[in-house]
Design a binder for this molecule. Structure first.
Ligand SMILES: [Zn+2]
Length: 176
């Protein structure tokens, strides 16, 4: 008889329709340190955000307060569906070019067509490589890989973009 125990995702920003999950479900992650349960994707986002904060502190600025950075990250990740891994990619690239020094600069980075293209190419290459070498992948992984990048890169300039920068009160957002 499988364990039917219900657990709750501990991530404060959990985007799932229900925080409740069966303890044995495939998408459950158990964090031994905190003894808490998370959806796997919630845990991944949580870790990616910590990684971005660390990169920022080490390579961009020690003085920036996490709340300023978090405000930008929350907007990008939870309102714009921006892939945290893409943010890391864009941030590392900008650091190399010394092209970022304040959190709101991230809005510009993730809208950079050159970066979006480079990212999509990287994701596609890695997925193909994974498919070619790992025969133990589940059919679900294969299906996911076939769908290509999860980042919606071919969309026009998103509506949130102007509203963030221009306040969006009257629709006279700044244009670029
Ligand atoms: Zn969750």
């Amino acid at each position: 008889m499988p364990d039917q125990k219900q657990v709750t995702c501990s991530y404060g920003k959990c985007q799932h329709s229900s925080k409740k999950m069966n303890v044995n479900a495939d998408n459950v992650y158990y964090d031994k340190n905190s003894k808490r349960y998370y959806h796997k994707d919630c845990w991944k986002i949580k870790q990616d955000i910590i990684l971005i904060q660390n990169i920022w502190r080490e390579k961009v600025s020690k003085s920036v307060v996490n709340t300023a950075l978090n405000r930008v990250l929350n907007k990008l990740i939870f309102e714009n569906d921006c892939d945290p891994e893409f943010i890391i990619f864009a941030l590392e690239d900008a650091i190399k070019r010394k092209a970022i020094n304040y959190p709101a600069g991230l809005y510009y980075l993730v809208d950079d067509k050159r970066l979006i293209q480079a990212w999509n190419k990287k994701v596609a290459t890695e997925k193909m490589k994974k498919l070619g070498t790992d025969f133990s992948l589940s059919t679900e992984d294969k299906r996911e890989a076939n769908m290509g990048s999860t980042f919606k890169a071919n969309r026009e300039k998103p509506s949130w973009f102007n509203s963030i920068l221009g306040g969006g009160k009257s629709g006279h957002g700044r244009t670029f």
